[in-house]
Design a protein around this ligand. Structure first.
Ligand code: PMP
Length: 364
């Protein structure tokens, strides 16, 4: 959709990346790291300064002590971490439960490891996990359950009830959890980020995946990390070592220095909450109906009252004729389920959102 948006000079609200500049302070810190000579291979698990900062942050947010030496590995984006974690757990023929709509790297990573994706749709329109369905599909071959909260593309979040159900399912067997938490700091209203990290029993069988891309508006830096108990981390590192060996050194120094100032992360919720609210205000003047967005920087818009076109066709038409690009949510489903909703990224300058809304107002 981004390439179609470029071809048609459309406002691009399709792919998830900010269009505003990176904080000058972070730019300077990167320059300083390069100039200061941090240009050779970083240690395989990541530089100790950054792992320490992450461990402190986890303690502050979840009151959980994580050993930076044995439980945190810096990776080349969350994508690498997802692949490595899946490779640790999955052998040929193993089944992996994935909830649709799902982020697009999960299924290929499972298939490349010769695993079998078992895709379960979230309920519509609130995008919740149907635990009865999950329980009916767990077999002796189930080895991994992938969760993603806040969820891309739906903006839904998991709750304590989901954690209770997960615990019940993984009790006394060999099922692991992969928790994709790249939007952990972008969570709105009174919602709280719920994670297997906060529960000792769940954490023992979990890989928690994070990314600096979303948190510091630097999707192009591709720096992420995996938090997992020592026995899982040591297996994870065996894969990481031969996937990339280590992650770009100066980026790691810049990030560890930037994390000294805790307000950067603290301010993120209100920053994106106002973006979401502004986008919703602009959209209220159109015929689209917003679905609830509890987290992430994506807003789903229901167009079922305007047209019964397929979401894919409409996304293409909106890009070509109205010059606003979005993502059809059906592409995140195994069976291309079409609930007549499009995903719009609001990680954009206000003027970009205004331009998009002005064009969407013409669509009736
Ligand atoms: N998981 C989800 C849910 C995402 O939305 C993204 C980025 N779009 C990633 C993982 C990948 O993150 P990274 O860019 O750090 O590899």
């Amino acid at each position: 959709m981004s390439s179609l948006a470029n071809d048609y000079k459309a406002v691009n609200l399709s792919q998830g990346f900010p269009d505003f500049p990176v904080d000058k302070e972070l730019n300077e810190l990167l320059y300083k790291a390069v100039k200061g000579g941090h240009n050779q291979y970083a240690p395989m698990p990541g530089i100790v300064e950054l792992r320490n900062r992450i461990s402190d942050q986890i303690y502050r947010n979840h009151n959980k002590k994580i050993n930076p030496d044995t439980e945190i590995t810096i990776t080349s984006g969350a994508t690498e971490a997802l692949f490595a974690a899946i490779s640790v757990v999955i052998n040929p023929g193993d089944e992996v439960i994935i909830f649709d709509p799902s982020y697009d790297s999960y299924v290929p990573a499972v298939l490349l490891n010769q695993g079998i994706p078992v895709r379960i749709p979230l309920t519509f329109p609130d995008y919740k996990i149907d635990w009865n369905k999950v329980k009916s599909l767990v077999t002796a071959k189930t080895k991994l359950i992938i969760i993603n909260s806040p969820n891309n593309p739906s903006g839904s979040v998991i709750t304590e009830t989901d954690i209770t159900n997960l615990k019940e399912i993984i009790h006394n067997n060999n099922i692991h959890i992969l928790s994709d938490e790249v939007y952990e700091h972008i969570i709105f209203d009174s919602n709280r980020h719920i994670t297997p990290l906060s529960d000792d029993e769940l954490y023992r069988k979990s890989f928690i995946i994070s990314s600096f891309g979303k948190t510091f508006h630097i999707t192009g830096w591709k720096v992420g990390y995996c938090t997992a108990p020592p026995n899982l981390t040591s297996e994870f590192r065996k894969i990481h070592q031969f996937l990339t060996f280590s992650t770009s050194t100066p980026f790691q120094y810049a990030l560890s220095a930037y994390m000294k100032n805790k307000s950067h992360i603290k301010n993120l919720k209100s920053f994106y909450e106002s973006k979401r609210d502004y986008f919703l205000k602009l959209i209220s003047e159109t015929k689209f109906k917003p679905l609830q967005c509890k987290g992430t920087y994506f807003q789903l818009l229901d167009y079922s009252e305007i047209t019964d076109e397929k979401d894919f066709d409409l996304a293409v038409r909106l890009t070509k004729e109205y010059k606003v690009a979005s993502i059809p949510v059906s592409v995140f489903y195994e069976k291309k389920t079409d609930n007549k909703v499009l995903r719009f990224c609001f990680a954009k300058e206000d003027k970009t959102l205004e331009k998009a809304a002005k064009r969407l107002r013409k669509f009736k």
